[in-house]
Design a protein around this ligand. Structure first.
Ligand SMILES: *Cc1c(COP(=O)(O)O)cnc(C)c1O
Length: 490
């Protein structure tokens, strides 16, 4: 058969001159978007399925122009976006993207570096070590901790639990697995009633089972009660369980309560149990010298995590995970295929520390963001958020129709409507459900809700990069007037 001559010009990427043009346009768009972020509704006014219905059912057979694609991005995608960068975004834990972080993401995509082993991108591996070392110092942790970047806190905690399991060397879980064996006890993990659901999910993934997760009660300030932890461990040992992991939280998801890590570390040391500290949101506050006490005891933990994509202004996703026992974590995951074996014995290959082989170059944004703001600049921004939290707390406390539902150790406030003339819990619940629905449709602010001591409560968080006092004042104005309006209808 005669070979056809192939015009190679037809293949390959977008012409570089087109890329240059569209690249400039999109940076302009991003700058305008962030500059005018307040003109967007925080939460889009749409119904489920609306966006999907606007996307053709079948992929285009022929290529389309970037102009067309971008025009649909503006027409379809942006109106269906919840704007996490909006200063009225007070729900969950804020995650706001700083522009140095955005630029680093762009460069990271361009380099397309895959940090599976040192050789596949020396910079990715070495910058990960170096920038995590910076962050570790900022948090006041000692150099016994080795840092690893994973995508999320959920995945990081799963790795911590896997390492905790691997620490029970005598049972050879790596070699023999957990099922069908009569020679191993059932494992038990402990976390407070207020620990994040990702801890449960991590345990479930690893075959611990729901019954293998024991929730420890909290005190009035929503902190784990250490004596109850000791009691639970003793009781479990008596009944044949094998306690293997305790998870303490620094900044719980509902109230940012801080478990007494120091006391919990005493127990874990005595009992020889892996201690993992989840500081996904709250851990970041430890970069402020006067807040460093929140990590007291964490220097004795086996592992710890913090999410720069929460309170350190990184675009999602990046979690900084630290462990004092990297050898145990490595033992849990290292399985080196022959084609990946390297001769560079002195360097760490990050693929050996987790389930992922391919790894994004996330350290680049950590390096950009820390350098751009500086340690002092980041501290000042977090201090400002703590101040905003104090202001909002004051307004809630001073208003006769509002009730604060938890202490405010950081900048997250739990509250509800509670006028003097209503005291039945059922009525308060209905009232606050109605109130939340009113607020949910405002478009100017977005808040969330949670449950504390079986009471339905509203919750705001102040940790967005673009939040200023005027935004908090406006948010309070909306909350106060909608609250009063809800009461008028009672
Ligand atoms: C947000 C949060 C998580 C989950 O974080 P992801 O990175 O989304 O997995 C876990 N723990 C705590 C305490 C959190 O606040």
């Amino acid at each position: 058969m005669e070979q056809q001559k192939i015009n190679s010009k037809k293949f390959g990427d977008m012409p570089v001159e087109d890329f240059r043009k569209h690249g400039h346009e999109m940076i302009e768009w991003i700058a305008d978007y962030l500059e005018n972020i307040e003109q967007y509704p925080v939460f889009p006014n749409i119904y489920p399925g609306e966006i999907k219905n606007k996307i053709p059912l079948h992929p285009p057979v022929k290529g389309e122009s970037i102009e067309n694609i971008f025009s649909d991005f503006e027409k379809i995608i942006v109106p269906g976006t919840t704007h996490w960068n909006h200063p009225g975004f007070m729900a969950y834990f804020n995650s706001s993207a700083s522009t140095p972080g955005i630029l680093a993401e762009l460069l990271s995509a361009a380099l397309n570096a895959n940090g599976m082993i040192w050789k596949t991108s020396p910079s990715a591996t070495e910058l990960e070590l170096a920038s995590l070392n910076w962050l570790r110092q900022m948090l006041g942790l000692n150099d016994k901790f080795m840092g690893i970047i994973y995508d999320t806190a959920s995945i990081s905690s799963m790795h911590a639990i896997a390492a905790a399991r691997e620490q029970l060397k005598e049972y050879q879980f790596k070699e023999k697995g957990m099922t069908g064996r009569k020679d191993v006890p059932r494992l038990r993990l402990y976390a407070s009633e207020h620990a994040h659901s990702s801890i449960d999910k991590g345990a479930l993934t690893l075959g611990i089972g729901i019954e293998g997760i024991r929730k420890i009660p909290v005190n009035k300030e929503f902190k784990m009660i250490p004596t109850d932890l000791t009691k639970a461990i003793n009781e479990d040992r008596k009944n044949g369980w094998c306690p293997f992991c305790v998870v303490a939280t620094v900044g719980t998801t509902s109230t940012t309560s801080i478990d007494p890590v120091d006391k919990i570390a005493d127990i874990c040391e005595r009992e020889n149990i892996w201690l993992h500290v989840d500081g996904a949101h709250g851990g970041s506050a430890a970069i402020i010298p006067e807040m460093q006490w929140i990590l007291k005891g964490t220097e004795r933990a086996d592992s710890f995590l913090v999410n720069p994509h929460k309170w350190l202004f990184h675009p999602v996703d990046i979690t900084a995970f630290y462990t004092r026992k990297p050898d145990v974590l490595k033992r849990a995951f290292s399985l080196v295929a022959d084609y990946l074996k390297t001769s560079e014995a002195k360097v760490d290959n990050y693929m050996d520390y987790g389930i992922q082989l391919g790894r994004r170059f996330r350290a680049l944004k950590l390096w950009f963001v820390i350098r751009y703001f500086g340690v002092e600049g980041l501290r000042e921004r977090l201090r400002y958020h703590l101040y905003l939290g104090k202001e909002f707390t004051k307004w809630i406390d001073e208003h006769p129709n509002f009730e604060r539902m938890a202490p405010v150790p950081m900048s997250t406030i739990c509250f509800r409507l509670h006028p003097k003339n209503i005291n039945a819990e059922k009525e308060l619940e209905e009232l606050n459900l109605r109130f939340f629905n009113e607020l949910d449709t405002s478009g100017d602010i977005m808040i969330s809700h949670t449950r504390l001591n079986d009471k339905y409560v509203l919750r705001v968080n102040m940790s967005g990069l673009r939040m200023e006092l005027k935004h908090i004042e406006k948010a309070w104005e909306i909350i106060r007037t909608k609250g009063e309006a809800t009461l008028m209808k009672v």
